[in-house]
Ligand binder design. Structure first.
Ligand code: F6P
Length: 342
């Protein structure tokens, strides 16, 4: 078979490990041929690709980013008939199937293409860990490790200056990175979009940590907005899929905390540092297993489906399950974390 691979949406540590595993598996078990589309769906739409022989993926499993490049292009943007263009370009290159590695935006596109008859298999990817049909996504573990290390560093400088340090981490409308890194670093408050604390509650926890002689560490998920915030408290631009482009809540909260409590406060936005760099061992293994299983899925004709982690097993599920709903932090996890605040 000839399989076209693409990586789409925000990059994520582990993408290269998926590509490597897919190419080696296809080459060894099925004598497949691979091409890699450049920059996600843009490459498919513009017929821009590179050959992916086995030697091209040598040693890439431990490298961050994606050798194929990525973008947030959407083949159905501006009323385009994306499926028609994709089908035509696949036919021209004799591509039998697509392997789309991406998050909710990418997998929604893959689902739509599959409904239109395009043979596509999905591989879930996001540092945010917000895809419902899989227990964990690769990249999340790496992001948590990076954020935890940064939080440990912020604690040290905060302690020296007796300051409140407010650190913003990624996650869009879910707080998985905030919850895990905040808990790992022993943060005094973790602000999640799923369970928004009011400003009073947040300041209460900061004050109580300060009163115990601690330099309060606040971890904020980028999509958090205080429960009692007025309309328009945060105003975000939208991306190509119509979703808010987050960033900056820590810089709004730190001066508010300082103003209300008189505790000197500083904001740090970790941003794309959480996505860059090498994947952890855990993410390399997960990515490799998903890449291998995705090629098996192509060969068993599992189009319109994606590989997923359930417990410790790799399974496959309909793409529709991945895009049906967002995986939010459940209430028991919040309760567990909240007990330690202040
Ligand atoms: O979805 C992954 C993610 O890293 C989010 O956590 C973040 O809001 C967004 O992508 C950033 O997107 P961009 O790379 O387009 O700035």
């Amino acid at each position: 078979m000839k399989i076209g691979i693409l990586t789409s949406g925000g990059d994520c540590p582990g993408l290269n490990a998926v590509i490597r595993a897919a190419v080696i598996t296809g080459d060894k078990l099925f004598e497949d041929e691979f091409i890699g589309y450049r920059d996600g769906w843009r490459g498919v739409i513009e017929d821009d690709w590179m050959t992916l022989p086995r030697r091209r993926v040598r040693g890439i499993g431990r490298i961050g980013g994606t050798i194929l490049g990525t973008s947030r292009s959407n083949p159905f943007a501006d009323g385009e008939d994306g499926a028609e263009i994709v089908r035509r370009h696949m036919d021209e290159q004799d591509v039998d199937a697509l392997l789309a590695i991406g998050g909710d935006g990418t997998l929604s596109t893959a689902h739509r293409l599959s409904e239109a008859g395009i043979p596509v298999v999905g591989v879930p990817k996001t540092v945010d860990n917000d895809l419902d049909a899989t227990d964990y996504t690769f990249g999340f573990n790496t992001a948590v490790e990076i954020a935890t290390e940064a939080l440990d560093r912020l604690r040290m400088t905060g302690d020296s200056h007796h300051r409140c340090m407010v650190a913003e981490v990624m996650g869009r409308s879910v707080g998985w990175i905030a919850l895990h890194s905040g808990m790992a670093a022993g943060a005094h408050v973790i602000c999640l979009p799923e369970f928004p604390l009011s400003l009073d509650e947040l300041c209460g926890h900061v004050q109580s940590a300060y009163d115990r002689g601690r330099a309060p560490l606040v971890v904020v998920a980028e999509g958090y907005v205080p429960r009692d915030a007025p309309e328009g408290f945060m105003d975000y631009d939208l991306d190509e899929f119509g979703r808010p482009r987050f960033g900056g809540i820590a810089e709004v909260l730190a001066p508010l905390i300082e103003e209300r409590l008189g505790i000197e406060s500083r904001a740090t936005v970790l941003g794309h540092i959480q996505r860059g760099g090498e994947p952890t061992g855990y993410d390399r293994v997960l990515s490799t297993r998903l890449g291998t299983s995705a090629v098996d899925l192509v060969h068993s004709g599992g189009f319109g489906r994606m590989v997923a982690l359930r417990g410790t097993e790799i399974v496959d599920v309909p793409l529709s399950e991945a895009i049906d709903s967002v995986k939010r932090v459940p209430e028991p996890r919040w309760r567990e974390a909240r007990t330690l605040f202040g």
